[in-house]
Design a protein around this ligand. Structure first.
Ligand SMILES: Nc1ncnc2c1ncn2[C@@H]1O[C@H](COP(=O)(O)OP(=O)(O)OP(=O)(O)O)[C@@H](O)[C@H]1O
Ligand SMILES: [Mg+2]
Length: 240
């Protein structure tokens, strides 16, 4: 990947991005900046294109139009592997853990080389200490909440500088959501990690986000800085 051209404080810049499946455009002329070190909440109803947008950023879906820049350098059309090497990690909505593999092996598979395993395990076990004593346990035997924490831990194994998270709180009880929120806040404050959080749980997302945007039919319908009235503002979009 090219060296950053300029440092504008923008981690990820999407400019007039259009993408979709076959001839169908799902993301339509979308422009959005994610600033370095911020937690950015992207919200929207089911089917509005949130997952499609993350997959477009990751190069998993071909773009029809527009530009994506990472640290100032254009990454439009970059291979997913190149993005991982540049420090992008992804906690997907639709790709489960390897259920028959141990916690350790699930975490190990996130790494390019085994020599990083000890440091990675130490890092993620600080966020989720329960993993430490259970590294040999099969992922499939963990509770739903524990599996979600393992998905976040897996994404953090490489020490990413940009973390994309897709609806991690879906179906989780509030105590688990709070543990994940604490881990993400700590990751950002300790390592400066930029986090793009796709969510439908407004309490969780707006509780930790600096800025937000609302996706509607593949475009940004509303956006702002998180403040006292944001919850109500977002809710009014989701209720219509
Ligand atoms: N592989 C695919 N092929 C064709 N259409 C798809 C594919 N994946 C998603 N779509 C369509 O793209 C649109 C956006 O889907 P997407 O999964 O991005 O929405 P979402 O906002 O993530 O929804 P949810 O909140 O339910 O996860 C939907 O109409 C969906 O049916
Ligand atoms: Mg989705």
């Amino acid at each position: 990947m090219d060296k950053a051209v300029t440092d504008t404080g923008v981690k990820l810049a999407l400019e007039h991005v259009t993408s979709g499946y076959g001839a169908v455009a799902i993301i339509r002329d979308l422009t959005l900046d994610i600033r370095r070190g911020e937690i950015f909440a992207l919200m929207g109803k089911n089917g509005m294109g949130k997952t499609t947008l993350l997959k477009t950023i990751l190069g998993l879906i071909a773009m029809k139009d527009g530009t994506i820049r990472f640290d100032g350098a254009e990454i439009t059309g970059a291979e997913p592997k190149a993005l991982v090497e540049a420090g992008v990690a992804y906690a997907p909505q639709d790709q489960p853990l390897f259920q028959d593999l141990s916690i350790r092996d699930n975490l190990r598979l996130a790494l390019p080389a085994d020599r990083h395993l000890a440091a990675g395990l130490e890092h993620v076990c600080q966020h989720f200490p329960f993993l430490k004593d259970r590294l040999a346990q099969k992922a499939g035997t963990l509770s739903g909440g524990e599996q979600k924490m393992l998905i976040i831990a897996r994404a953090l194994m490489t020490g990413p500088n940009l973390l994309l998270i897709d609806e991690i709180s879906e179906g989780l009880q509030p105590t688990v959501v709070a543990r994940i929120a604490a881990a993400l806040k700590a990751e950002r404050s300790e390592n400066g990690t930029t986090i793009l959080l796709v969510e439908q749980n407004l309490d969780f997302a707006l509780g930790i986000a600096d800025r937000w945007a609302l996706l509607k039919l593949g475009s940004i319908d509303d956006a702002g800085t998180v403040g006292a009235g944001t919850h109500q503002q977002v809710l009014s979009h989701l209720q219509i």
